[in-house]
Design a protein around this ligand. Sequence first.
Ligand SMILES: Nc1nc2c(ncn2[C@@H]2O[C@@H]3COP(=O)(O)O[C@H]4[C@@H](O)[C@H](n5cnc6c(=O)[nH]c(N)nc65)O[C@@H]4COP(=O)(O)O[C@H]3[C@H]2O)c(=O)[nH]1
Length: 571
Amino acid sequence: MTTGASKVPRWFLLPTIKAQTRPGSSPFMPRRLALLLFRNSTSTGSGLPQAGPGRGWAWSRVLMSVLVALPLPIFGIGIGVFQAQWQLQRQADRSVAQTIERLDLILDSSKLAAEAVQNMIGKSCDMTTRHVLQWQAATNPYVRSINLARGGRLYCASLVGPISMDLETPTFIDGRLRLMTGNFATPNVPLLVTRHANPAGSALAVVDGRYLLAVLQLAVQEDDLYLKVGDLRMGLDGRVSNTPIPALSEAFAQRTSSSHPYTVIAGARAGSIKNHLLSYTLPFLALALAGGLFSGLICYRLLGRPSSPRTILRRALEAKQFEPFLQPIVDARDGGWIGAEVLMRWHLPGEGLIRPDLFIPMAERTGLILPMTRDLMQQVASVLAPHAAELPPRCHIGFNISAAHCHDPQLLGDCRDFLAAFPPGTVELWLELTERELIEPTEDTDLLFQQLDAIGVKVAIDDFGIGHASLNYLQRFTVNALKIDQSFVKRIGADTLSAHLLDTLVELAIRLDIDLVAEGVETAAQRDYLRALNVRYLQGYLFGRPMPIREFLPALHQHRNAVRNTIDHQS
Ligand SMILES: Nc1nc2c(ncn2[C@@H]2O[C@@H]3COP(=O)(O)O[C@H]4[C@@H](O)[C@H](n5cnc6c(=O)[nH]c(N)nc65)O[C@@H]4COP(=O)(O)O[C@H]3[C@H]2O)c(=O)[nH]1
């Protein structure tokens, strides 16, 4: 049976579906089948609501893609921050170590110079004393001048000879070292003074602050670096002050010299990690960001791709993309509508309507046919039940059911719910059994059919005459109607053998006292032939094509008006 405006013959599709759904076969949809599913749609039935893909799913897809995209940049930034922190701390440790090493060297040298003139302490500041002092200042690296003090006052300087100045002895840390902002000779150049005392007084070796600054600047990298002597400190700007050292929150190192009473402090202020990241790890971060973005996009694409038939159908079901189309069934005697067969259509946004024979077999194999049929029943009930009074008396509404339904105890509940939606006696529910999958009769199926019969549900055998199981079904189940397959109807008038077959089927139904419905009636000649054979109900394009459920009631009213007009005309 071929229906609709298919471009792909059924023989081409079915092997693919069968291969796909064979137990143990790949769970992924072959590309050909995916293409078939998405490309082969009919263009019938315009005016359907635009059912978009499930909103929930769309959000989940975006959320999952973001979750996939984020770890790489987060990991990249984490690694970058960790690496920057580690590097800044290492630099601070190294700066402190190098500074201590070099300053110790300088201070050792100035200490030696002060010790070298200790026998001159207390002696008068004559030419000989000055000569000794100048000699030491000239021959010791880093030492700018050497002075002598007595009784708390400077009295002899290598630079100017006799002098009298307060030494401010308490300002020397441990009595040995003093950091100064400048002195009488160079008031703006910091100095570091080493003091060597003996009972007669003290010798003072003065180191120029510019050496100290050079040491600091050579050792420093990205960090801040300070030399601290007592309360005074000297930073990389070369100034001496007693203001507190700024908070070094992102790296910190501090060490006190083991030889001289001073401390070196290094570290990184707030914002250094960010600067470090931007200057050194930017390409790495950009790469991590691009990687994250790429993986997020790939994830988004993959989630948007058809995965397994089950997933595709489940998503479509969640998105309410399966819609009921109704095709009228008429009384052969007067052509009046007695009800309709419900036929499922898949309304795929952007693609139009997908024919049921392209997805029903897959829905049956995946078991999704059960919730799909339930959804269809609910949709039909919700649209038609409020208009039950406008329907034909005991309106016949037929749903196709599959083998899986016959083993599903929920079918009974679904049928009950469907009938309960309508006022009692207004509709007659028909279940049409197809032969696509063989129904295995068991005690459970027997019980189910008995229960269905008990609540007034009728059973029809669909496509009767073309399958070998139809007769078995007749024996096994309580069958209320046979639907003659449209292939017999098509051959009416074509050959005598077909005519005989049709006659025999009709005779069988009459003998069994079962109702007959002929499908696929397209011409008046077919209608007349079937009517002459006493086939009770007819269905086919001659009376109406499958239509969206919302068009069914207006079409029914139109049909009634047309019949009324004809009767009026005749009378
Ligand atoms: N050429 C021609 N065709 C006519 C004429 N009158 C009706 N038809 C088509 O014949 C099919 C009759 O349904 P079916 O035999 O139950 O065959 C159905 C049924 O077996 C299955 N199907 C449809 N809806 C459902 C469903 O909700 N559940 C299940 N399990 N199967 C369904 O898909 C099959 C195909 O459905 P449709 O494509 O809707 O095709 C429908 C209908 O559109 C006519 O005059 N000429």
